[in-house]
Design a protein around this ligand. Structure first.
Ligand SMILES: NC(=O)c1ccc[n+]([C@@H]2O[C@H](COP(=O)([O-])OP(=O)(O)OC[C@H]3O[C@@H](n4cnc5c(N)ncnc54)[C@H](O)[C@@H]3O)[C@@H](O)[C@H]2O)c1
Length: 372
C-alpha cells in the first residue's frame, strides 16, 4: 500500500501522523511511505530521519493526497485537504465529526473511507487512541498549574512540594479517569498533597488500591467538592461524561470561597469545561483571571509537548495503521471489531450512529458499509 503522511496545517498543530519509527515499520512490511517535507519538524523529526527509515520525502500535500492509498494524519482534515480526498482512499486520523457538520458533509461527498482515532475501542471499554492524549494532558496539568501558581504569573506564590518546615501545595483533582490519575501521580510526585474526587465508587476503590498512600480519594458529592476546593491551591478539572458536555462543578459565585490566587486547570475544557467561568484559551495566552482565581483552559494541551505527544500517539496508532495497510481496511475491520468501531464514513455514507444522531444525517451500519 502507498501510505501518505502530509504536514499538519491546522493552526498551532505541531504533531505529525507518523514518526520515523512508524514509517520504518510500515516500510519493513513492504509498504511505500510518503512523508511531506517538513511534516515532522514541529515534533523534532527531520526529513533525513524519515529517509533513513525508508520513506520518500515529497514536497507537496497535493502530491501525497493524489498518490497515497491511505492518508495518516493527526487532526481532522481541513477544508483544503478535504477537497483532495478521493473515492476509495482511506483516511486514518482524529475526526471529531459530531460538532462539525461541514467536515462531515465534505467527507461523505469525498467518497473516501474515514476511520476516526477517537472512536476506536478496546476490550476494557476504553478508547485506546484517545488515552495517550489524556495521559499527556493529565501529566502536563500539574506542570502548568505549578507555573500558574507562581506569583509573577498571577498565582498564590505556593511551591508544589513546599520545603522543610513549610507544607506542600494542596491539589484537588476532580475526575479520577485517565487524565485525573496521571495528573494526581505527577502532582504527588512533585510533593503536593493530592486528593482525587470521582463519582464512581469502583474507580475510587481502584485508585485507593493502587495509589493509597500516594494520594487520597474522596467521593465527588457537591458538598465534598466545595469543601476540598476551599482548601486547595490548585484544582484540576478532569471529568468526562461520554457524549455530554462537562458538568459545571464550581460556580462563579463559589470562586469567592476559594483561596485568592488559586489555580484552576480545566482539562475538560474540550467538553465545555467543568468550572462555570472556564473559557477555552490557547498556548499563546493560556491563563486568565476571574475574581482573583487564575484559570488555565487550553483545549489542546498535548500540542505544548508535540514531540512526546507524537511519539505517544504513534505508539498507539501503529498496530492499527499496519493492520489497515497489510490487510486492507475491509479485512482489518472484519478481523478487529474495535477497529471497525472507528469507521465513521465510507463510500458516500455516514457509518457512525452518534454522529448521525447529532447532525440529523442518515447512517448505515458499518457491517453493511463494509460490503459496499
Ligand atoms: N484539554 C486537553 O487538551 C485535553 C486532552 C485530553 C483529554 N481532555 C479531556 O479531559 C477530560 C477527561 O478525560 P479522561 O480521558 O480522563 O476521561 P475518563 O473517562 O478516563 O475519566 C473521566 C472521569 O470523570 C468521572 N466523572 C464523571 N462525572 C463526574 C463528576 N460529576 N464528578 C467527579 N467525577 C466525575 C468519571 O467517573 C471518570 O472516572 C475529557 O473531557 C477529555 O476530553 C482534554
Amino acid at each position: 500500500m502507498i501510505i501518505g503522511c502530509p504536514k499538519e496545517i491546522k493552526p498551532q498543530e505541531f504533531r505529525v501522523g507518523m514518526t520515523p519509527n512508524a514509517a520504518q515499520e510500515a516500510a519493513n512490511h513492504g509498504h511505500d511511505v510518503l512523508i511531506q517535507s517538513g511534516a515532522g519538524a514541529g515534533a523534532g523529526f527531520e526529513d533525513e530521519a524519515y529517509v533513513t527509515a525508508g520513506a520518500r520525502v515529497i514536497e507537496t500535500a497535493e502530491e501525497i493526497f493524489a498518490t497515497a492509498d491511505m492518508i495518516v494524519k493527526v487532526k481532522e482534515p481541513q477544508a483544503g485537504e478535504r477537497k483532495m480526498l478521493r473515492d476509495g482512499q482511506l483516511l486514518f486520523t482524529y475526526l471529531h465529526l459530531a460538532p462539525d457538520p461541514d467536515q462531515t458533509h465534505d467527507l461523505i461527498a469525498s467518497g473516501a473511507t474515514c476511520i476516526a482515532y477517537e472512536t476506536v475501542t478496546d476490550d476494557r471499554g476504553g478508547l485506546p487512541l484517545l488515552a495517550p492524549m489524556s495521559e499527556v494532558a493529565g501529566r502536563l496539568a500539574p506542570q502548568v498549574g505549578a507555573w500558574t501558581l507562581q506569583k509573577a504569573n498571577g498565582g498564590r506564590g505556593v511551591l508544589m512540594g513546599g520545603v522543610p518546615g513549610v507544607g506542600p501545595a494542596r491539589v484537588v483533582v476532580i475526575g479520577g479517569g485517565v487524565v485525573g490519575t496521571h495528573a494526581a501521580k505527577i502532582a504527588a510526585g512533585m510533593g503536593a498533597d493530592v486528593t482525587v474526587l470521582d463519582r464512581s465508587l469502583p474507580r475510587l476503590r481502584y485508585l485507593d488500591d493502587v495509589f493509597g498512600g500516594t494520594f487520597k480519594t474522596s467521593y465527588a458529592s457537591a458538598g465534598n467538592t466545595i469543601e476540598l476546593a476551599r482548601e486547595a491551591d490548585m484544582i484540576i478539572g478532569a471529568v468526562l461524561i461520554p457524549g455530554a458536555a462537562a458538568p459545571k462543578l464550581i460556580s462563579r459565585a463559589q470562586l469567592a470561597e476559594l483561596k485568592p490566587g488559586a489555580a484552576l486547570v480545566d482539562v475538560a475544557i474540550d467538553q465545555g469545561g467543568c468550572f462555570e467561568t472556564s473559557k477555552a484559551t490557547t498556548h499563546q495566552d493560556p491563563v486568565y483571571n476571574v475574581d482573583g482565581i487564575m484559570h488555565y483552559c487550553v483545549a489542546n494541551m498535548p500540542g505544548a509537548v508535540a514531540r512526546t505527544s507524537t511519539i505517544a500517539l504513534g505508539n498507539a496508532t501503529m498496530p492499527f495503521m499496519l493492520a489497515l495497510a497489510d490487510k486492507g481496511w475491509r479485512q482489518a475491520c472484519t478481523d478487529d471489531p474495535h477497529l471497525m468501531n472507528g469507521l465513521n464514513v465510507h463510500g458516500g455514507q455516514l457509518t457512525y450512529y452518534a454522529v448521525g444522531k447529532a447532525l440529523g444525517i442518515d447512517v448505515i451500519s458499518p457491517s453493511v458499509a463494509i460490503k459496499n
